[in-house]
Structure formats: C-alpha cells, structure tokens
Design a protein around this ligand. Structure first.
Ligand SMILES: NC(=O)c1ccc[n+]([C@@H]2O[C@H](COP(=O)([O-])OP(=O)(O)OC[C@H]3O[C@@H](n4cnc5c(N)ncnc54)[C@H](OP(=O)(O)O)[C@@H]3O)[C@@H](O)[C@H]2O)c1
Length: 328
C-alpha cells in the first residue's frame, strides 16, 4: 500500500515538471477524474487542459473550468463537448485537440457507468456502459497516438480508471454481449475491463515508449457510487473522492508507473510498479501493482487479445460506415 501522505508529497512535485504539459481528460465532469484534474491544475506549471463534457454537463463543467482558471491562471482550459457513449463522438474530441495541439503528454480517461437498469443500446447499436468504459477509451487512445508520440517527455502517460486487475473469463464468441442471454451488467463490466487490458497491451507492445496504466480505484465516494448504492450495491470503507483523485493523479505523474523515468521521481523506498506480461501497469485501490497473469497469459497464449483487437476494429469500421451514411 502506498500511503496517501506519500502520494500527496509526490503530487506536490508536479510543480517541478516542465511548463506547458498538454493533458486530455475524458470523464472529468465528475468523480475521480474531476478530482484528479483539480489536483493536477493545483500544481502543474502552465498546463494546457482539454476536458470533455456531454451537453447535459457542459454548463457545470464550464463553471468548474472557470474555478480552475482562478486556481491556476497560468493554465489554458478548453472544454470539448462530446458524448462518449457514442464511439463516433470521440472523433470530435480528437479533432478538437488536433486543431490546437501537435503533442499530448497525458491522456486521462475515467468515463463510465454500470448499467443497472439493463442494456439500452445507443443509435450505434452498442451498449453505452461498454462504450464509455472500453470502446470509446480505446478509440480515443488510438486517435491521439500520433500526438502522444510527439510528446517531449521520455514517456508520455495514459491512465484509464476502471478495473485493472479484475480481468476474468469473457464470452469469446459474443464479445459485445449482443445476445440478451449473455448480457448482464456484471458481464458488461468484466468484458469492458478485460478487453481494455488486452487492447492496451497491444498498444503498449507497438508503442514501447508509452506508459499505460489501468487502475482499479476500489470504492470511491463519487456520483457513480451514490447511484450504484441506490441499486443496492454495498461497499465497505470507500475512499473519499479527493483520495481517489489523488491516487489517480499519482498514476498519471509518478515514475513508479512509467516505463522510463522523467516525470515525478520515485518516492523514497518505493520501486517501479510491476507490469503485465503485455507491458501495462495494473494498479489496485491502494496503488500497488496487481499480478493477474494467471488470466492474462492464458488469454495471450490462446490469442484472445488478437480476437479482441480484430473485433474492436471491425466494430470501429462499422461505426465509421454508419457515420458516413448519416453524413451523406
Ligand atoms: N467510484 C467507484 O467506486 C468506482 C469503483 C470501481 C470502478 N469505477 C469506475 O471508474 C470510473 C470513474 O468512476 P467515477 O465514480 O469517478 O465515475 P462518475 O463520477 O460516476 O462518472 C465519471 C464520468 O462518466 C461520465 N458518464 C457517466 N454516465 C455516462 C453516460 N451514460 N454517457 C456518457 N458519459 C457518462 C460522467 O459524465 P456526466 O458528468 O456527464 O454524468 C463523468 O464524466 C468509471 O468508469 C467507474 O465505472 C468507479
């Protein structure tokens, strides 16, 4: 376990990082992402922030960004309106970022929800709880890879807050759980987490300079957890939103979760966190690396990762065809 005190000391050292880091936040309109963004801005010298909000959250997020401008006037704060429950909307996010920046140093992703009410497909014909937690995050990562590659950091960083380490057996014949007999909110969660780690590993292998962190925050008191409690989900000893945000920011900035040094140096007496066999940092609620090789190495050996990758890209191609159809 890494203590909160050590994490806060590390996060304060963000102040010594280079000026003008460019960061894209998806999911920071509430919860862990919001808190991580707030704490990042508290320390970062002249950060260039891009943060995504759907229309319904636009006004409150604009207000939040205005409060950040007061906290750190040296920063530049940009709101991108997009609903990432649709894969095609992620393209708007990448286009808005590319219109203003040639590099990206940090991609931070935490959108998502558990579909306790059942599966209600989007107009793309996809489960929005899987889209927010897996498809759109993967799409975002792939679209901004050229910008991450342009980062001057020794190792640009990607953080995805979801369920790293909770990968488990998935329905390999029905990856998007299209058959209603296969879908449940639990299966949708397991598929999102497992497919995410396998796809991140594919990216990590082809982009060894990138540091990719998939974290499991454990219970954190956020609007998402409050909603889950209404559906009867019981949790014990939840972290505060501030602690969840501080830990997630630690994953985004500490050399402990980097394939190379170059961000905030390792805290005293702590080493670099362990990676999966596929090169991704899986991190638990108390900021320790997780070993889930029993599940993941078997999947790699059986080429489930290739299957997930191909499936995901066919799905992206279908979404592109649909978008072209509606735009014509
Ligand atoms: N908090 C926990 O205890 C916990 C535990 C394990 C895993 N996680 C996972 O960690 C991630 C972050 O959790 P959190 O509690 O910080 O999340 P949160 O506060 O509930 O929400 C995070 C983001 O998801 C967006 N979002 C939610 N439903 C959406 C929808 N239907 N369409 C589009 N966007 C939607 C929210 O946008 P709006 O502001 O517009 O609603 C917000 O930007 C989530 O993926 C969550 O599943 C959380």
């Amino acid at each position: 376990m890494v203590s909160l005190q050590v994490i806060q000391q590390s996060n304060a050292q963000i102040a010594a990082l280079p000026k003008g880091l460019v960061a894209l936040f998806i999911g920071a309109t509430s919860g862990i992402g919001l808190s991580a963004l707030q704490q990042f801005v508290q320390y970062a010298p002249a950060p260039r922030i891009y943060s995504v909000a759907r229309e319904a959250s636009r006004a409150s997020h604009e207000e939040f960004l205005s409060s950040l401008r007061k906290v750190n006037p040296s920063g530049d704060y940009n709101l991108i309106v997009a609903d990432v429950s649709l894969v095609s909307e992620v393209d708007k996010v990448a286009a808005a970022l590319k219109a203003k920046e040639t590099k990206l140093d940090l991609l931070f992703m935490s959108p998502g929800f558990i579909a306790f009410e059942g599966r209600k497909d989007t107009r793309e014909g996809l489960d929005p709880s899987m889209t927010t937690r897996y498809y759109s995050r993967q799409r975002a990562l792939e679209l901004v890879l050229p910008l991450l590659n342009n980062s001057e950091l020794t190792s640009p960083r990607v953080v995805s807050v979801l369920a790293g380490g909770m990968e488990a057996a998935i329905n390999e014949e029905d990856l998007d759980l299209r058959d209603s007999k296969n879908w449940s909110f639990w299966n949708s969660s397991v598929h999102s987490a497992t497919m995410a780690t396998l796809a991140f590993e594919r990216v990590a292998r082809s982009h060894p300079r990138l540091s990719i962190v998939h974290s499991y925050p454990g219970p954190v008191i956020t609007p998402g957890l409050v909603r889950a409690a209404k559906f009867g989900l019981k949790t014990s000893s939840p972290q505060s939103q501030e602690e969840g945000g501080a830990r997630a920011l630690f994953y985004a900035t500490s050399d402990r979760y980097g394939v190379k040094e170059g961000l905030v140096p390792l805290p005293e007496q702590l080493g670099v966190s362990q990676k999966t066999g596929g090169g991704v940092f899986l991190v638990d609620a108390l900021s320790e690396g997780i070993d889930n090789e029993a599940v993941l190495s078997d999947m790699r050996q059986r080429k489930v990762d290739e299957k997930v990758w191909d499936f995901t890209h066919k799905l992206f191609a279908k979404v592109d065809d649909q978008s072209r159809g509606t735009n014509e």
